[in-house]
Design a protein around this ligand. Sequence first.
Ligand SMILES: NC(=O)c1ccc[n+]([C@@H]2O[C@H](COP(=O)([O-])OP(=O)(O)OC[C@H]3O[C@@H](n4cnc5c(N)ncnc54)[C@H](O)[C@@H]3O)[C@@H](O)[C@H]2O)c1
Ligand SMILES: O=C(O)C(=O)C[C@]1(C(=O)O)C=C[C@@H](O)C=C1
Length: 354
Amino acid sequence: MVVVGTGLIGTSIALALRGHGVEVLLTDRDQAALAMAVELGAGTALPDGAAAGPADLAVLAVPPAAVAVTLLDAQKRGLATAYTDVASVKALPLAQAAELGCDLSSYVAGHPLAGRERSGPAAARGDLFLGRPWALCPAPGAAPDAVAAVTALAETCGAQPVTVDAAEHDRAVALVSHAPHVVSAAVAARLTGADDTALGLAGQGVRDVTRIAASDPRLWIGILSANAAPVADVLEAVATDLAVAASLLRDGSEGAAAHVADLLLRGNAGRARIPGKHGAAQKAYATVTVVIPDRPGELAMIFQAAGIAGVNIEDVTIEHSPGRPVGALELAVAPEAAETLAAELRARGWSVPG
Ligand SMILES: NC(=O)c1ccc[n+]([C@@H]2O[C@H](COP(=O)([O-])OP(=O)(O)OC[C@H]3O[C@@H](n4cnc5c(N)ncnc54)[C@H](O)[C@@H]3O)[C@@H](O)[C@H]2O)c1
Ligand SMILES: O=C(O)C(=O)C[C@]1(C(=O)O)C=C[C@@H](O)C=C1
């Protein structure tokens, strides 16, 4: 397998494949991204010049606007017998590939519906795709062998392949991914002018609604502009709901409140329609939260205590309390290790609520 573009998605796919013993060759025009992916165990660097022979499949994990040119270049080099991409929009890269004269029989456009708000190989996870849908949009003349190779890729990564027409895919993701992204950004953008009192009162709700607003704007402007009309349709409908809700709230009458309640009820109904993930569950970690004083060496001592307790820390987040000399350290660990870690930290004097 060859992965072109060792960012978040390319490296996550490579890690998932390596987990199944697949030989993976990596390439990226950014040498630092490539070196990091190799360092993380995602594969080995694709040698310059002639490869030993074509790979079974080349995965083009580059931004949407780079898919067609990358495909053309890869096909000219004879990198693989089949090709796919992972871009978040499908009709435009397919049209560009046709226009450039790419071989569309060996190419099956793809899109895993899994990601993160962080970019680059350091954010990659081999379990990113477990149980997630993976859209496949083969062009009419796609070779059955190529379709089979890309289907096998999705399945090996633990995802559920879903075959869908490219234009239909783009309309669907405008609703379930692209418009929600803009709405999240719009809510988060209100916070740029927020004062310390408001930010200090921020709870989980605003964090949930704005998580994806932390994503790379360069990637997202490429996605949104490549799917502009379907995204605009959804945003206009959302904007109408918001404008009506605002004017009803200004009205302040009981009747108006009932109408706002109607929007909330439709929200409940829409949310309930989102299917649960299929297939295997993503690896679930337990979170041990520690209240930490803001002083040098504190993190090192906590990590050392975890090591002494024999507990592997899988992930770390620090939530700062603005204006307060403490923070909340969230340690993600295997569920069966959570109690051991909590007990060790409490015994050493840290506050571990719960
Ligand atoms: N981020 C997500 O949540 C997500 C989820 C699903 C699909 N996608 C799609 O996956 C693709 C990659 O997104 P990402 O989040 O991994 O971005 P990323 O920025 O983490 O990685 C992109 C990588 O591609 C490299 N690159 C760019 N142009 C290249 C070229 N011409 N040749 C070789 N390498 C090149 C960059 O150097 C970078 O390392 C995009 O098409 C995106 O739409 C993203
Ligand atoms: O969960 C996230 O952070 C994502 O941005 C993932 C998400 C999505 O909207 O579900 C975003 C864009 C991709 O094309 C696929 C998946």
